[in-house]
Design a protein around this ligand. Structure first.
Ligand code: FIX
Ligand code: ZN
Length: 414
């Protein structure tokens, strides 16, 4: 059926809404991971994005805040950001959208009533409800092989809810090998030394292979500081070149680089205390050019790096640009980045991931992003129709399926 100028906006909206999503980077976990799976209203309100905003408005010291229980923290944040001020920041708006779409009554603003609603749910029920509201088909977790709780789950096998896929996250190995990574590897039974001898490098490869076999991850991943360089004369540079890249090739498990985070800019804020800075994107050019048989997913945290990343994407088919990460995940910036990417890379991108830390966030993060993706696509297809192109509904369905899931699968399988 041809899409016309008259039905374009409604058709794009309907197709985007109907497309089940693969969410390629989250911090959500399947139920066997127990307390690692965060959900419910208190978690939603104490999301670290909201903690940072609360300190700008509430008269409370860091010490006093961290001494509060989770319920008390949520009470304070609710009072500060939702009652004494209107919740118009994107993170606050997200809570409002999520509660509203879950069917809660926003007119009375009664946190205890919302708590009651969640108290009667099991995680399994809630997962079904949230996945269905967000139309999410599967999510990729962030799996830390150095975490004791995670390790015990993986040791019991991977027979859990198939909608949760693994990603092997290796930050301590690459970013803190000397400080903590080496010790953690030794504790896990790997014979490694500080100098990164040939034996140690072989052991790190064995570690990665073991965990790939155990988790069957969709990809390996790391977050990187703005100073990240490739090549780099450092433990990270060596481990990357000698271990991560060859293992990634051997098992056909792509490597995801999330670049630009400056950790603990304000340590008092704990998880909320990270910042960002521009990175030198020539590192991405170099790694893609020198490793044509490796596949890379890349997202960057600085707005200033987004355009360069798109241009690098045009040069290297082994690079898949993805998501509007963290401080980029705001409507004005999502819109700008999504337009930029589609103009430069067409349909060969993964426009968004949720980065949800709390299950309920899937509802708002995807709702808000889908509205923007719809607007951008409607504009772009509108330009095509105006230029005389014929567009079939099936073609639109095909394109949207690529953006919201199949590009990810095909890139991994290819
Ligand atoms: O490193 C990451 O995966 C980041 O996305 C998170 O650690 C960060 O704290 C976050 O929640 C961003 O959305
Ligand atoms: Zn993340």
């Amino acid at each position: 059926m041809p899409v016309t100028r008259e039905n374009l906006r409604a058709t794009v909206e309907e197709v985007v809404q109907a497309q089940p999503i693969t969410d390629i980077h989250t911090h959500l976990y399947a139920p066997p991971f127990g307390e690692l799976l965060l959900w419910g209203v208190d978690e939603l309100i104490t999301y670290h994005y909201l903690i940072a905003e609360t300190f700008r408005k509430a008269d409370i010291s860091y010490e006093a805040y961290w001494a509060l229980s989770k319920t008390e923290q949520a009470d304070l944040i609710w009072q500060t950001l939702f009652i004494e001020n209107s919740p118009i920041s994107e993170s606050c708006r997200g809570v409002v959208t999520a509660l509203n779409d879950l069917g809660l009554d926003l007119s009375n603003r009664d946190l205890n009533e919302y708590r009651q609603y969640f108290a009667h749910l099991t995680p399994e029920e809630h997962i079904d409800k949230v996945f269905s509201l967000a139309n999410v088909k599967e999510v990729v977790m962030t799996n830390d092989p150095f975490d004791d709780l995670e390790r015990s789950v993986w040791d019991n096998g991977t027979d859990f809810d198939e909608r949760f896929k693994a990603a092997l996250r290796i930050d301590p190995l690459l970013n803190a090998y000397v400080e903590t990574g080496r010790e953690k590897l030794s504790a896990g039974g790997y014979n490694v030394d500080e100098e990164l001898s040939d034996t140690a490098l072989a052991e790190i490869r064995r570690f990665l292979s073991d965990w790939i076999k155990k988790m069957s991850p969709k990809y390996m991943a790391v977050s990187l500081p703005p100073e990240f360089a490739f090549p780099e004369d450092s433990a990270r540079g060596k481990i990357l070149r000698e271990c991560v890249l060859p293992v990634s090739r051997e098992y056909n498990v792509p490597f995801a680089m999330m670049i630009g985070v400056t950790r603990a800019v304000n340590p008092q804020l704990r998880l909320a205390g990270d910042g960002l800075a521009k990175a030198d994107m020539r590192s991405v050019e170099n790694i893609c050019r020198e490793n044509p048989n490796n596949k890379f997913f890349v997202t960057v945290l600085s707005r200033e790096n987004q355009h360069e990343l798109c241009v690098i994407g045009r040069k290297f088919p082994n690079l898949m640009v993805f998501g509007c990460w963290w401080f980029m995940n705001n409507p004005s910036i999502i819109e700008e980045i999504t337009r930029e990417r589609i103009e430069l890379l067409g349909l060969s991108v993964i426009p968004q991931h949720s980065d949800a830390r709390i299950l309920d966030q899937l509802v708002y993060k995807w709702k808000h992003s889908k509205a923007i993706i719809t607007d951008v696509l409607a504009d772009k297809y509108g330009d095509l129709l105006d230029s005389g192109w014929r567009l079939e509904r099936e073609e639109l369905v095909r394109d949207v399926a690529g953006l919201l899931g199949e590009n990810f699968d095909r890139f991994i399988e290819g």
